[in-house]
Design a binder for this molecule. Sequence first.
Ligand SMILES: *Cc1c(COP(=O)(O)O)cnc(C)c1O
Length: 226
Amino acid sequence: MNSDMITGIKENLQEIKKEIPENVTLVAVSKTKPIADIQEAYDAGQRVFGENKIQEMVHKYDNLPKNIQWHMIGHLQRNKVKYMAHFVDLIHGVDSFKTLKEINKQAKKHDRVINCLLQARIAKEDTKFGLLFSDIKEILFSEELSELKNINIVGLMGMATFTDNQSQLEEEFSSLAIFFKNNQEKYPKLKTLSMGMSGDYQLAIKNGSNMVRIGSSIFGVRNYIV
Ligand SMILES: *Cc1c(COP(=O)(O)O)cnc(C)c1O
């Protein structure tokens, strides 16, 4: 939608802010984008940013205002969790108990509690990462989880199939929203439902999302595929 713009980050942010309800958190996905672009969004009032590579996020954290909330939205390499444990605000893509254990271990070293979302597999295509609903339940209600004092599972995250098929997207989003709601009663810490990107965030919000991860509609198209 904004692929031909050069600047306009502030205007893009304002447009999107106007469209999304107040209870929906906007994560500005700044992966591959330079520090100057993030600074521009920051100057326009944006405070939550998402990155998908740990080293890149660390570099940006070191060079930008410290009141930015950094979200890790990419697939996690366990051996790199330690590099972000001192500052990461929310980790979206947790898809195994092993990873939770590693996050807990690193968080403990910094005397922090790190908020995490479990990534659910909702896309029909089998290239996407994520846990089955049954795996999520098993983790949430496991005895071992209650022993991990330095992590907090505060919600779920999902990525829909890359498609224009609206009814398929709707089905994928709503299946996760229903699962989310059904488990909130038994697991009241579940507050955040992270679904929706530039191409599908309106539909995601309509189907229960309260956190959207938007990159190209704010910063323009990325120069390379990540
Ligand atoms: C890149 C990315 C986004 C943002 O994608 P856009 O289509 O540019 O908005 C959202 N979520 C995840 C997990 C991503 O990797």
